[in-house]
Design a protein around this ligand. Structure first.
Ligand code: PGA
Length: 250
């Protein structure tokens, strides 16, 4: 089975309602050829229902950037997996570095969210990646390995068939310092080894591994040319439709 290629955008906490609608329209209009790649956007919760309904059947998948791990309850300010699904989302982003490092999410809660995604029919995109000091200490592989093991605890081979993983070195996110294609490929190949160890060769081979961190139209092609880089997770450069489309076509 061939591995899918996914170009995903993460809008983070940007855009007014009007901007969300106009960017979505521009993406639907301008997607073009995309070389058989899939396109997805992770939008703020308040825009999810409308963006998902605009994108339905248009080759643009939608997800939210975070959720809680419970079906419902007294959890003020949170969104449940049922709500994400009901809004029309296919995906849920889990464990983004800003969730881990700004909001203090630990592997235990990230694992609970991954389980909840499956329980309520969402496809998780799990983000992993090391901090600058861990990178400088030569611990990138160790950190990714530990995160994969902890965050995927209890997830079955069957469930892994709809898993996507994004490697995002924290030192490259929003900093303009992109990992070179060689650095990224090296970690991706290692992550695939870990996934193969955990889930077997067949599953390890088909899980799409996306790279994220300062992806721009001019560095996207180099990253995508690597054997184990199956897509990109794009923050800043996904906010404008033309730059995101340029990345998707790179
Ligand atoms: P960036 O963000 O492309 O702005 O570095 C990537 C991300 O946080 O997913």
């Amino acid at each position: 089975m061939a591995r899918r290629t996914i170009i995903a955008g993460n809008w983070k906490m940007y855009k007014t309602h009007e901007e969300a609608v106009s960017t979505t329209l521009a993406l639907i209009d301008g997607k073009g050829g995309m070389k058989g790649r899939e396109m997805a956007i992770f939008v703020p919760a308040v825009f999810a229902r409308e963006v998902a309904s605009m994108s339905k059947g248009k080759g643009l998948d939608v997800g939210m950037q975070n959720m809680y791990n419970q079906k419902e309850g007294a959890f003020t300010g949170e969104n449940s997996p049922v709500m994400v699904k009901d809004a029309g989302c296919r995906y849920i982003l889990i464990g983004h570095s800003e969730r881990r490092h700004v909001f203090g999410e630990k592997d235990e809660i990230i694992n609970a969210k991954v389980r909840a995604a499956y329980e309520f029919g969402l496809e998780p995109m799990l983000c992993i990646g090391e901090l600058l000091e861990e990178y400088e200490a030569g611990k990138s592989k160790e950190v990714c390995r530990n995160q994969l093991i902890a965050d995927l605890r209890g997830i079955t081979v069957d469930q892994m068939k709809v898993m996507t993983i994004a490697y995002e070195p924290v030192w490259a996110i929003g900093t303009g310092k992109v990992a070179t294609p060689e650095i990224a490929q090296n970690i991706h190949a290692y992550c695939r080894e870990v996934l193969t160890e955990l889930y077997g060769k067949e599953t390890g081979e088909i899980i799409p591994l996306l790279y994220g961190g300062s992806v721009k139209p001019d560095n996207a092609a180099g990253l995508l040319s690597q054997t184990d880089i199956d897509g990109l997770l794009v923050g800043g450069a996904s906010l404008k439709a033309d730059s995101f489309i340029a990345i998707a076509n790179a």
